[in-house]
Design a protein around this ligand. Structure first.
Ligand code: FEO
Ligand code: CA
Ligand code: CA
Length: 641
């Protein structure tokens, strides 16, 4: 999703000023345990090069950039559309191409704007299956012009309900089927696991902020229950087999104020914004009527896909901000570590460390690990080192004298707490990925064109194309993911290596790309990079040479980056996950056709003056639909290898 305006006008200094001052399913458990950090020694500035053993072979020929309204992949790869907006999750109602499905029908169908996702394998004969699993898919936001037959006109309660039901998460059961020579992934219908979680699904709140006064509303006098999750961007996975979905641009849904307070402004809640119109028919989203409801969004939500009757849980211990994702790994001692970006220009990078340790032998104990722990925020120093600063009441000036009454107050106002402790303002932190062997952590900083003061971690004043930063945890004394210091460098400055203007080239060793967003390491250690150039910039001006948004693969040891996939017009690529054997890569094509003032010839008119720039996936003139796709090699081998 494109970003909001800057909310961080705090006097928090830029970093130069500090320089002088300073499961049930064993396979998932195994895979995540492999991600725990070993002993990483960092004797000096910057990161040592990875050993040859950490090279990850890239075994395909790069494809060209594209402006076509198609998905393209290298030769000898097969593409399949699996799950598009409006498809029934089980044996429910079929999609109506005129968008005529009701709100109730939408609650049994794929939501809009697929984003983060994860494949949870069934276990067969003691082994994780690569042909049968549950797929959790986030539905980040809606395009009301496409969602209703007459678009956003004549706004009503029914349209509000349908919009809310097109948000949230899908849990679908999928399997690889083979009939004669037709090998395809399909949804299992009916499925007892199939489930939609929407912006209206009842859920529980836990952690230090649960039950406090700022979390109470007329619907929930106890402050411990909330209806729904929304703005579900990227995700995480726990070693106990659950899915984490992250609430990102939640501010866009809260409306109705004449004059927001400074606290509301800090979270981007603005006076009568031109955003969603839910507040006209659902008073929860009318901030003037129900000011605390916005405090109940902006969290990480845990869902147990294996138990369709279970209630999702919002974990307040992980802080409240525009959560991009929640990359979970384990420290060497078993503590849970979660890396999280706050996706807005000049916002921060966070890490949560649980108090207690994960014990695979203790079933059911996992969720408590996300209720009790310490939240940290990152400060990057010029010497290649960095610090994780605790956002803990009573420490680092987070006390009553500075406006923080208790830990709940710190967590509900995480951004202000991070301002207070002097965190480094970043160029829009998006996904985080952890290398499966080395424990190196990578974070995409998608872009920021508004930076007046650069710093070594955000080194371009006009960072139109973004960069990827990385770090290794620890101080050389036996590092672990839970350490409070790290060493960092910049993995790549994005741009076009062939661009005639040296300022536009970046330092990519390989194919041109901009606005990195999705980041994911496959089990072999290849780093997959998905791009999200916004609809107002894609294929225009400085961005013209990048083509449509795309998916690339990096060998982080050599730095080589190759283009693997190009998306249709006006989309972003996101949602990276694979079957355990690596032979089936699942991706999401989000918001095809979302082009603002682009140069593409229109397709066919939908309603009124709406002319979509894309016809993906049907390519027959209907509404463009976000969709999950599966990519396989014709010879059945590992994708990307
Ligand atoms: Fe929802 Fe930051 O992308
Ligand atoms: Ca994103
Ligand atoms: Ca993005």
């Amino acid at each position: 999703m494109d970003d909001d305006p800057v909310s961080n006008d705090s006097p928090n200094p830029h970093f130069e000023q500090f320089l002088t001052a300073l499961a049930p399913h064993a396979q998932i458990r195994r895979r995540l345990l492999q991600l725990s950090l070993g002993s990483v020694v960092l004797p000096f500035l910057g990161l040592p090069a990875l050993a040859a053993a950490d090279r990850s072979e890239i075994g395909f020929r790069a494809i060209a950039a594209s402006t076509e309204d198609l998905v393209r992949v290298p030769e000898a790869y097969i593409l399949q559309v699996l799950y598009a907006w409006g498809d029934p999750i089980s044996n429910g109602p079929a999609f109506r191409s005129d968008a005529g499905n009701s709100a109730a029908e939408q609650a049994e169908q794929a939501g809009m704007h697929h984003d983060g996702m994860h494949f949870f394998p069934f276990v067969s004969h003691g082994q994780p299956s690569s042909t049968h699993g549950l797929l959790c898919v986030n539905h980040e936001y809606t395009d009301e012009n496409l969602l209703h037959p007459d678009g956003g006109a004549n706004w009503s309660e029914a349209k509000t309900l349908k919009s809310q039901n097109a948000h949230g998460v899908s849990v679908i059961e999928i399997e690889l089927t083979s009939r004669c020579k037709d090998v395809r992934w399909q949804l299992v219908r009916p499925s007892t696991y199939a489930r939609r979680i929407t912006a209206r699904t009842p859920m529980r709140i836990d952690g230090p902020a649960a039950g406090t006064a700022a979390m109470r509303t007329r619907d929930d006098a106890g402050g411990q229950r909330v209806a729904g999750t929304l703005a579900n961007c990227a995700m995480g996975v726990t070693p106990w087999g659950t899915y984490l979905t992250c609430e990102e641009h939640f501010n866009a849904y809260f409306n109705g104020l004449d004059q927001p307070t400074p606290t509301q402004k800090r979270y981007g809640i603005r006076a009568r914004s031109a955003g969603y119109r839910w507040h006209e028919h659902d008073r929860r989203f009318d901030v003037a009527s129900e000011p605390n409801e916005a405090n109940r969004f902006g969290w990480v939500v845990e869902i147990d896909p294996w138990n369709p009757g279970s209630e999702p849980v919002k974990h307040t211990a992980l802080g409240r901000f525009k959560h991009e994702g929640a990359m979970l790994t384990l420290a060497g001692d078993g503590r849970v570590v979660v890396y999280m970006g706050d996706d807005e220009a000049f916002e921060y990078l966070y890490k949560y460390v649980s108090r207690d340790r994960f014990d695979a032998g203790k079933p059911g104990g996992g969720a408590a690990l996300l209720a009790l722990g310490t939240l940290y925020v990152a400060r990057f120093a010029a010497d290649g080192r960095g610090q994780w600063i605790a956002l803990q009441h009573g420490q680092n000036g987070l006390d009553a004298a500075h406006g923080f009454a208790d830990q709940a107050d710190v967590l509900i106002h995480t951004r202000q707490a991070a301002d207070r402790v002097g965190a480094t303002k970043m160029d829009r932190p998006e996904w985080v990925a952890v290398h499966p062997r080395t424990g190196e952590v990578y974070c995409s900083l998608t872009n920021n064109r508004q930076r007046s003061a650069v710093d070594p971690a955000n080194p371009r004043a006009d960072n139109s194309f973004g960069h990827i930063i990385r770090w290794r945890e620890g101080d050389g004394q036996g590092a672990a993911a839970a350490a409070t210091s790290f060493a960092w460098d910049i993995f790549v400055l994005c741009g076009d290596p062939q661009h005639p203007d040296p300022d536009k080239r970046g330092n990519i060793r390989g194919d041109a790309f901009a606005s990195p967003d999705g980041l994911w390491f496959d089990p072999d250690g290849r780093l997959w990079i998905a791009t999200d150039i916004s609809g107002s910039a894609v294929n225009r001006g400085d961005h013209e040479r990048f083509g449509n948004n795309q998916l690339l693969v990096a060998d982080v040891a050599s730095g080589e980056i190759r283009r693997f996939l190009t998306g249709p017009r006006g989309c972003e690529i996101t949602g990276l996950t694979a079957s355990p054997d690596g032979c089936n890569l699942f991706i999401n094509v989000q918001h095809p056709g979302e082009v603002v003032g682009g140069r593409f010839a229109p397709a066919k008119p939908l309603t009124g003056a709406v002319w979509p720039a894309s016809q993906f996936p049907e390519l027959t003139g209907g509404r463009p639909r976000s969709a999950t796709m599966v990519i396989r090699r014709q010879d059945g081998g590992i994708v990307g290898c």
